[in-house]
Design a protein around this ligand. Structure first.
Ligand code: EPZ
Length: 415
């Protein structure tokens, strides 16, 4: 069993450091290819998704080494432009290499990533935008071939502020002579971090973090050093662990400005939360209040990636909460698993209604990354022992979640 045995009902206490953001380091690793040089990326979380992306970098000719938490990427001899199917299929976010390979090699061949645990995840916005840049994209039997002979700058409007599509446009156009703009761009902090890194490499990108991004192409870029921003979803997960165990904990390495939506909901539920520079304290209430209505939205709205862990926390509140998941089709797979623990949740399409109660340990299974983290958080507050399977999902986005929580006094054994 690749799982956790969690002995719930224990109070937590103490402090824990939040590691670098998965959704920043992955696009930044792809961006490093464009340097054609050596890049050093600090506070890189050693996640299975990062290890997978290292394999992709090596496939296209980069050499990569990990020195402590510093990822050294040597892209001097990056000259291949094809990503094998097995590497693409394993991780949907590898689609970010479509833009990076177009930007660096002027061509790319990879397979379409297809759906994932969160439901259908098309890449139509990515392909439409790259075609507007004059990239010829052929799709046949699940493969994508791109060639950039006739590539040109463009003013691109995204019909939906897709994070991945925004990143792919930037990576494809950052070395393209002329000015490319993106309106209705995604504003997530991870995009800002990627653009900060690219600008250190000599790029000229302005407006990252706003809905209008301007990219002035620079023919040659160079290596750079960069420190990854803290992972706001890991921070949200740890805050919810404090909520389900009615504890007070301290988090190190957080950015207050990235946590507004989640902090607002937890304060509404009765948590006392204070920030001091790059750390924060959260003290959970003895009786948590429900959340009136949580609607997941694009940043800076309530993040879909924090929806599951907040649902776990609301299972312990006194009253009825409502969640509406607007971003992904299938982000409620944990509801049947929470019900095995005694949760009272009604779901109708995008709406989930959570009636707070107390939960008991059970045999449960993770079906996706954030759902696995949420089930862990729920089991911490439950009376008795839980056995959670499928923790390979959790390892994609958390560096040893059990160590972070056991360091706060939890009792989790990886088996
Ligand atoms: C990024 O995924 C994150 N992944 C996700 O985190 C996160 O949930 C998501 O952004 C939203 O914040 C990484 O950064 C590696 P989108 P991405 O393109 O880029 C639809 C996690 O748990 N869509 O903004 O795939 C799509 O199906 C992961 O860490 C299209 O329809 O997100 C989804 O419903 C999960 N066509 C919605 O838009 C497209 O061409 C949001 O997708 C692209 C997207």
């Amino acid at each position: 069993m690749n799982g956790y045995i969690i002995n719930g009902g224990r109070r937590l206490g103490g402090r824990v450091r939040v590691h670098g953001a998965k959704n920043a380091v992955l696009p930044i690793m792809a961006a490093a290819v464009l340097s054609g040089d050596v890049c050093r990326i600090y506070d890189s979380p050693l996640l299975s998704d990062v290890i997978h992306t290292v394999k992709i970098l090596e496939t296209i000719g980069c050499s990569v080494s990990l020195e402590g938490d510093m990822l050294k990427i040597d892209a001097l001899s990056a000259d291949r432009w094809e990503i094998p199917e097995d590497l693409m299929r394993e991780m949907r976010s590898s689609i970010i290499f479509l833009g990076a390979l177009c930007g660096k090699m002027g061509k790319a061949r990879l397979c379409s990533p297809g759906g994932c645990e969160l439901g259908n995840r098309p890449i139509d916005l990515h392909l439409k935008a790259l075609r507007e840049l004059g990239i010829e994209i052929r799709e046949e039997n699940g493969f994508i071939e791109a060639s950039c002979e006739r590539m040109h700058p463009a003013d691109i409007h995204l019909s939906f502020p897709s994070v991945g599509a925004t990143e792919n446009i930037i990576l494809a156009s950052v070395r393209l002579k002329g000015e490319t703009t993106i309106s209705n761009a995604a504003k997530e902090p991870e995009i800002v971090d990627m653009c900060d890194f690219l600008n250190k490499m000599g790029a000229d990108i302005s407006g990252a973090g706003t809905e209008f991004i301007r990219i002035k192409g620079k023919a040659s870029l160079h290596g750079a050093e960069h420190k990854i921003i803290p992972d706001r979803i890991v921070a949200s997960t740890l805050m919810c662990a404090a909520m389900t165990t009615k504890s007070e904990i301290e988090l190190l390495n957080v950015r207050k400005e990235h946590l507004g939506a989640v902090v607002s909901v937890l304060r509404e539920s009765g948590a006392k939360i204070e920030f001091f520079k790059d750390k924060m304290y959260i003290r959970a209430p003895e009786k948590a209040l429900p959340a009136d209505m949580i609607k997941t939205q694009v940043y800076p709205g309530f993040p879909t990636d924090a929806q599951s862990v907040v649902m776990a926390a609301l299972c312990y509140s006194e009253g009825t909460s409502v969640i509406v998941e607007n971003i992904f089709d299938s982000r409620y797979k944990i509801i049947p698993e929470l019900k095995k623990m005694g949760a009272d949740i009604l779901q109708d399409a995008r709406v989930a209604i959570i009636k707070g109660s107390s939960l008991r340990g059970a045999r449960i299974r993770a079906m996706d990354l954030r759902g696995g983290a949420a089930l862990t958080v729920a089991a911490l507050g439950a009376q008795g022992e839980s056995r959670l399977e499928g923790i390979e999902y959790i390892d994609r986005g958390y560096v040893k979640l059990e160590d972070m929580l056991n360091g706060l006094g939890a009792d989790i054994v990886r088996v």
